[in-house]
Design a protein around this ligand. Structure first.
Ligand code: ZN
Length: 119
């Protein structure tokens, strides 16, 4: 199973959370590999502007997800492409409109991750 680089050495303010799946990585990892879960939609690889608009430093409630089978990501990822890693419980912000549109085209209803409700 694939796994995201878990940024244990980093100070939290250096980290960014994906607005769609809420995985937490160093900016350099988003730049190098994109989002390990939603790169197909987000297309952040080698694109700093995209990383800036699709990830945020405003998140809290960091959890290590080693068994993401029941993660909400699993609902729209047909395969088990989502990875083990660090995830934020709450992420402040919204994905760009074009990404939301892309999700809509795929029949996926976007839910901002800044809600306090736990699914
Ligand atoms: Zn993501």
């Amino acid at each position: 199973m694939a796994a995201a680089a878990i940024p244990t050495q980093a100070r939290s303010k250096q980290l960014r959370a994906c607005l769609l799946c809420s995985i937490i990585q160093l900016p350099v990892d988003f730049r190098k590999n994109g989002c390990p879960n939603c790169e197909e939609i987000m297309q952040m690889k080698m694109n700093s502007d995209r990383i800036a608009s699709c990830t945020t430093t405003y998140f809290d409630g960091v959890v290590a997800v080693v068994d993401p089978e029941n993660s909400w990501v699993a609902r729209w990822q047909r395969t088990s492409k989502y990875v083990r890693g660090m995830y934020a419980v709450r992420v402040k912000g919204r994905i760009p409109e074009d990404v939301e549109l892309e999700l809509e085209n795929r029949g996926i209803k976007y839910r901002p991750r800044d809600q306090t409700d736990q699914e």
